[in-house]
Design a protein around this ligand. Structure first.
Ligand SMILES: Nc1nc2c(c(=O)[nH]1)N[C@H]1C(S)=C(S)[C@@H](COP(=O)(O)OP(=O)(O)OC[C@H]3O[C@@H](n4cnc5c(N)ncnc54)[C@H](O)[C@@H]3O)O[C@H]1N2
Ligand code: MOO
Ligand SMILES: [Mg+2]
Length: 422
């Protein structure tokens, strides 16, 4: 076991991971299932919006020219010939002196050049006929949503690589995409290693703990857009772990293990990578927690050796596995967004390595503040429950004070970012 590892910088570790370009594949899925997926095709307007001139109001479709002389003193009267609701069409073109009672969204009848809202018109019933009077002049085109006024046919509206949000889904439906081409989700296998691990449904035993990492990581995979595949927990036995890891590689696109990456007697992952013939991209990063996060590559597949310590495991996933899953998804914004924020409370402990403090965001009097979510130790699990940001405290010899300017990495913003800089 080589006890001396050379730490690399966080950004450089991210680059090492992201230099691996996975072979993305595309699948076609139903529109209803597409929310949150990444588009693998541009969305082009298959027709103009609106596809016909339509009324934005409930009112009367008339010819504006007929109102040229209308005034309070001299109202103009129209014969109401028919009524059209949205989805209906007038039976014939409108003639001068006629009005069609029209509802919001209905097609403007031929011959009509404006719509007068009900509120400015008066309706009169006389001898079985309906008339409408108006006391003001209307303009040509007034209250008409013109054909193609929103978008023309053929316009590219959403680019491939974009996440499908509710608005994109509305566009897909508008243009008749009953099915849509999206990038296939990578299957991300998860093994939790550790002889001390109990299943969730097992009672506590002396010296043992329940396996929380696997469930945490599976939720992180889902949050990042991947498909988690739980492969189980493994006792710290070399042959068992080696065989399990080797055999699972053909079943998944990406493999995550938790635990066993440090320098302890039962930390088996370094030897497993060696026996597999995998190339270790890095096994020490200048960060806390998660400094022992290890990533190895084998036949174009990446193996993420996340730490066993829950907070270290969590941070290692968000910094390195998250963008890789996103790049598997063909996303043009694979990274978490990094924003400027003010530190909400003092953080007196200095650290030579950059810290990624699990925290939460608050908006106070127009300021974005970030607060630590609880105890800030690698072995801690409780603070993770309240975390939605990683506050970045650059390494150095000083602690941080309330109000200091810091970066915060947003974990629950699903738009992402094109680049990642700290
Ligand atoms: N001599 C040194 N010791 C350690 C170093 C070091 O540089 N020199 N690094 C420390 C750091 S930093 C970390 S982080 C941990 C990393 O440990 P491992 O990744 O090897 O993980 P394990 O030893 O397997 O477990 C560590 C810890 O986490 C608990 N654990 C493991 N799996 C789970 C799970 N699925 N759910 C919940 N908790 C889990 C395990 O019981 C241990 O308590 O090493 C330091 N040591
Ligand atoms: O890798 Mo350890 O989490 O730095 O604490
Ligand atoms: Mg260990």
């Amino acid at each position: 076991m080589n006890l001396h590892r050379t730490p690399i910088q966080v950004e450089s570790a991210v680059q090492h991971v992201m230099q691996h370009k996975p072979a993305v594949t595309v699948e076609e899925i139903g529109l209803k299932q597409s929310h949150g997926r990444i588009l693998a095709e541009d969305i082009q307007a298959t027709h103009a919006i609106p596809p016909f001139p339509k009324s934005p109001y409930d009112g009367f479709a008339i010819s504006a020219a007929d109102t040229a002389k209308a005034s309070r003193e001299a109202p103009v009267t129209f014969l109401v010939t028919e009524r059209v609701g949205a989805g209906q069409r007038a039976s014939r073109p409108l003639r001068s002196g006629e009005a069609v009672r029209i509802m919001t969204g209905a097609e403007i009848p031929e011959g009509a050049t404006c719509v007068a809202m009900f509120e400015i018109c008066q309706t009169i019933e006389r001898a079985d006929k309906t008339y409408m009077t108006i006391k003001r002049k209307m303009e040509n085109g007034q209250n008409i949503i013109g054909k193609g006024s929103e978008t023309e046919e053929g316009e590219v509206l959403v680019l491939s690589g974009t996440r499908i949000n509710p608005g994109v889904q509305a566009l897909l439906a508008t243009f008749g995409y009953a099915n849509v081409r999206v990038y296939r989700k990578p299957r991300v296998g998860v093994y939790a290693t550790g002889t001390e691990l109990l299943d969730v449904d097992q009672p506590l035993e002396p010296g043992k703990i329940r396996n929380s990492n696997a469930y945490m990581v599976m939720a992180q995979i889902e949050r990042s857009g991947g498909e988690p595949v739980y492969l189980g927990k493994l006792a710290d036995d070399f042959d068992t772990c080696y065989r399990a890891v080797k055999n699972s590689l053909s079943e998944v696109d990406i493999l995550i293990t938790t635990g066993g990456v440090s320098v302890g007697d039962y930390d088996l992952m370094p030897d497993i990578y060696e026996k597999l013939g995998a190339e270790v991209l890095f096994n020490k990063i200048a960060m806390r927690p998660g400094s022992v996060t290890t990533v190895a590559s084998l036949d174009k597949q990446l193996l993420f050796g996340l730490s066993g310590n829950p907070s270290a495991c969590y941070v290692g996933f968000e910094l390195y596995t998250h963008p890789f899953i996103q790049s598997y998804l063909g996303s043009t914004n694979p990274y978490h967004k990094v924003i400027n924020a003010k530190l909400g409370s003092d953080f007196p402990k200095p650290n030579p390595f950059t810290r990624f403090v699990r925290g939460f965001i608050a908006y106070e009097q127009g300021n974005v503040r970030v607060y630590p979510a609880g105890m800030d130790k690698s072995a801690v699990v409780t603070s993770l429950a309240r975390s939605n940001v990683l506050t970045v405290l650059s390494g150095g010899t000083r602690g941080y004070k309330q109000g200091d300017d810091v970066y915060a990495i947003l974990l629950e913003d699903n738009e992402g970012a094109r680049e990642f800089h700290l």
